[in-house]
Ligand binder design. Structure first.
Ligand code: ZN
Length: 131
């Protein structure tokens, strides 16, 4: 089994989901293991980055828009190919260590749901494996 969480996104931005992942670990009761956070969408992603300065996430979004802009040559009818490209570049999942019932993250790290095609009703899954 796995845990499912939902969120509503309004902007192309990073949404901090660390508390929801912590909630899944707490519910599982697992003290030591691996935690997989998975995004089941094709224009969004899961990523880890700095939690101290909010401008870091904004800067990464700005850089991703610059690196992967809407191109005139895109042929996908929905018109959101830039979001699909960013989805693949950032990736659909992150794998984390659980120790003593808590996520092992760097001091400045948090887990983010990255939205590249807002607004949307989104979800993500957390799978916890004991070991
Ligand atoms: Zn599309």
């Amino acid at each position: 089994m796995y845990y499912k969480y939902e969120l509503k996104t309004n902007n192309e931005a990073f949404y901090n989901i660390t508390d929801m992942v912590d909630d899944a670990i707490k519910k599982s009761g697992v003290e030591s293991g691996i935690c997989l956070v998975f995004c089941p969408h094709t224009t969004a992603a899961i990523t880890i980055n700095e939690n101290a300065d909010e401008y870091v996430a904004k800067d990464v979004i700005l850089a991703s828009k610059t690196a992967f802009p809407k191109l005139e040559g895109f042929r996908h009818d929905e018109g959101n190919s830039d979001g699909h490209v960013k989805c693949s570049m950032f990736g659909a999942s992150e794998t984390l260590i659980i120790d003593k019932g808590k996520l092992v993250l760097g001091v400045w790290q948090d887990i983010y749901f990255a939205e590249f095609d807002p607004p949307r009703n989104r979800s993500f899954f957390v799978k916890i494996i004991e070991g």
